[in-house]
Ligand binder design. Structure first.
Ligand SMILES: CC(C)(COP(=O)(O)OP(=O)(O)OC[C@H]1O[C@@H](n2cnc3c(N)ncnc32)[C@H](O)[C@@H]1OP(=O)(O)O)[C@@H](O)C(=O)NCCC(=O)NCCS
Length: 398
């Protein structure tokens, strides 16, 4: 009962600023269109062969409710016989959807499954409708900062004073520049599924590109921004991911089924791990989850040739890089930029990382292993390690 798991393909919608590009579009419609786009470009995957559809959202009410996994599967025209379910691990929703269906594939219970994630932060502002148990604060289980993600990022700056605001801003400028360069080279657009959008003023339109990037961002402009989470703090709108709307979707399969059907293989799953840290410094979560995932894979950090780290906040990426002795501008890290530029529609982002990594694998046959990692609210991290199917170096299987 042990199958190798492969990433067959992944796509995403263009990301929007919360309540802007998608202000007249339902979250489930963004997810449905993304899912249909994924299936359209993978015609060898027959919908009735899909064993399950796992879709994540951090808020599961309204247009992200109704068991979003089952609901979008039906709306996407996947046959009634294919089941679906919903996943929530806040920002790591899609990443967890991938690891959960992968577990079922590895156990030989599924041959092919869909994982995805959606967040319409315009329709579902962060924290909306949440009712944190008063015991958290009354019994000092956590500090109030733990419940405000920007405040946890300020706490990371406190913990690592050598990771200065200037370094965070410099990292953010680089993210914007890398995204702009990737757009200019056509590296992003090819995996975006166009989504019909509607606005009160403009009527119907089609979203084809990300709305959040701010090419031309300068260090000087970032230095002048307000620090919304703390007076004279270090976290700003410029060195944090924004509030965004968007969806992602991926096909996972057993290697044997992928070979049988002649499906593309974009990455081989090697290991994954989740780990917890103090909720007040949630951004540090990728450190222990990566240590765990590396140990499970029998690998060292030096074995990893490409990194996709979700940029919830620049400081949080810097603390990860600093721990592993990787420089702020290491070219192996987020080569096409990250969430600071393109946005972070919470539960969708994990698959964006995998999509980017899969594309980088194609460009780098000399790299054998890559990792995708992200921090998670209330103090967690998740890491998935992947092997490059295009690897041609020593030890290559083909
Ligand atoms: C930081 C945050 C509060 C900012 O929200 P906001 O104020 O609505 O953000 P805006 O896009 O309006 O930007 C604020 C200002 O910064 C400016 N700005 C933002 N990015 C900039 C950039 N790259 N260059 C120059 N200026 C920039 C904007 O133009 C705006 O200026 P204005 O006030 O003069 O209009 C919000 O993005 C946030 O909460 N991010 C974190 C999300 C999060 O926690 N995710 C989960 C992670 S675990």
């Amino acid at each position: 009962m042990s199958e190798r798991v492969v990433l067959v393909d992944a796509v995403r919608s263009p990301f929007g600023k919360a309540g802007s590009l998608y202000s007249g579009t339902r979250a489930d419609d963004i997810m449905v269109r993304t899912l249909r786009g994924l299936l359209e470009r993978n015609p060898k995957v027959l919908p009735n062969q899909i064993d399950d559809v796992a879709i994540a959202a951090a808020t599961q009410t309204g247009d992200q409710g109704m068991n979003i996994g089952r609901s979008v599967s039906l709306l996407a025209g996947i046959p009634d016989s294919v089941p679906g379910y919903s996943i929530d691990r806040w920002c790591a929703g899609a990443l967890t959807a991938v690891t959960t269906v992968s577990g079922a594939i590895a156990m030989g219970q599924y041959d092919i499954a869909i994982a995805g994630g959606v967040e319409h932060m315009g329709n579902h502002p962060m924290g909306d409708g949440m009712d944190p148990n008063p015991r958290y604060l009354a019994e000092k289980l956590v500090d109030t900062d733990a419940l405000q993600m920007g405040a946890t990022a300020e706490r990371l700056h406190d913990k690592f004073p050598h990771l200065t605001k200037e370094r965070a801003d410099r990292y953010a400028v680089a993210s914007q520049n890398k995204t702009a360069a990737a757009y200019a080279a056509g590296k992003i657009q090819r995996d975006l599924i166009p989504v019909a959008v509607r606005s009160e003023e403009l009527g119907w339109g089609i979203a084809t590109v990300d709305e959040p990037p701010r090419p031309g961002t300068t260090l000087e402009a970032l230095a002048a921004l307000k620090t919304p989470f703390r007076a004279a703090g270090r976290v700003t709108a410029g060195n944090a991911a924004g509030l965004n709307d968007g969806a992602t979707a991926a096909i996972l399969a057993s290697e044997s089924k992928a070979l049988e059907l002649g499906l593309t293989i974009k990455a081989n799953l090697v290991s994954f791990a989740f780990a917890g840290v103090a909720p007040e410094i949630m951004g540090y979560g990728p450190v222990p989850s990566t240590i765990k995932a590396l140990a499970k894979a029998g690998l060292k950090i030096e074995d990893i040739g490409l990194f996709e780290v979700n940029e919830a906040f620049a400081i949080q990426v810097l603390s990860f890089l600093d721990h592993f002795g990787i420089s702020d501008d290491d070219p192996r890290v987020n080569p096409v930029g990250g969430a600071i530029a393109v946005g972070h529609p919470l539960a969708s982002s994990g698959i964006r990382l995998m999509l980017n990594l899969a594309r980088s694998f194609e460009e780098h046959p000399e790299v054998r292993y890559g990792l995708t990692t992200m921090c998670i609210g209330l103090g967690m991290g998740g890491t998935v390690i992947w092997e490059n199917p295009h690897f041609t170096g020593k030890g290559a299987s083909k």
